[in-house]
Write a protein that binds this ligand. Structure first.
Ligand code: DCM
Ligand code: MG
Length: 228
């Protein structure tokens, strides 16, 4: 992004998937928590006391039939499987899911900034692949903040882990809950963000990328559409 962006809404996002980028994964769950900047401008929590998430917060969580086999590792850590998603009648990332996502974002005060941990390497490129496969996209000027490089940049500390759970443990001295569920990971991310919200919002104003510059994780192919 060129000019500093006064983002009004931060949309925390996490995806659960069938595997890692080398597996050309498909989405199996997505979760978004949208928070207005006003609710992030609260005093920093007295660490390690765990803050309450903001009272005013919109949520969207969808389970998705990924139509591609989970790797054993992804199945183990997410607690999702092709069989259980299918037994529960979950559909693929279809038009209704795309419309729900876009309507959810359209309801938020703009400009909006998507926030994901390791988002530039994982969540944003994969979401872009999935949207393009569904012949959809997001507005190209949507902001994209990756909290992993942002926190690393703010800390200026060498040789420490920036894995989401590790950052959470450093701030709050306890394990995050429901790791590897999309909603659990979004809550963890939001609580991590709250520990440094003023600095991260300032960082986002100049450091956020644009959705239009996010390269898809892999070319979406409707033909071999994540066949099981
Ligand atoms: N993932 C994986 N193997 C790992 C870690 C993650 O296959 N060791 C995949 C499956 C997860 C997705 O990445 O659903 C997102 O990771 P996370 O749950 O940390 O958000
Ligand atoms: Mg996750």
């Amino acid at each position: 992004m060129t000019a500093p962006q006064d983002f009004q809404t931060f949309v925390f996002l996490d995806l659960e998937t069938t595997g890692l980028p080398r597996d050309q994964p498909c989405m199996a769950e997505l979760s978004l928590f949208a928070v207005n900047r006003r609710s992030l401008q609260c005093p920093a929590p007295q660490l390690p006391q765990l803050p309450q998430p903001p009272r005013i917060l919109d949520k969207l969580t969808l389970c998705i039939d990924p139509q591609k086999p989970f790797t054993p590792k992804a199945e183990e850590i997410t607690g999702l499987s092709n069989r259980t998603l299918e037994e529960n009648g979950k559909l693929d990332f279809n038009r209704a899911a795309v419309d729900a996502l876009r309507a959810f974002l359209d309801r938020q005060a703009s400009p909006i900034c998507l926030v994901a941990h390791n988002g530039l390497r994982f969540d944003f490129p994969l979401l872009r692949t999935e949207l393009l496969r569904a012949e959809a996209d997001l507005p190209p000027d949507t902001g994209c903040l990756d909290t992993l490089p942002a926190l690393r940049d703010l800390d200026q500390v060498a040789n420490q882990s920036y894995q989401l759970g590790e950052v959470f443990r450093r701030f709050y001295g306890q394990d995050p809950v429901r790791a590897h569920s999309a909603e659990g990971d979004v809550l963890t991310l939001l609580l991590v963000f709250l520990a440094k919200a003023p600095e991260l919002m300032e960082w986002a104003a100049v450091g956020a990328r644009s959705w239009g510059d996010v390269k898809p994780m892999y070319p979406p192919s409707p033909v071999d559409h994540c066949a099981v």
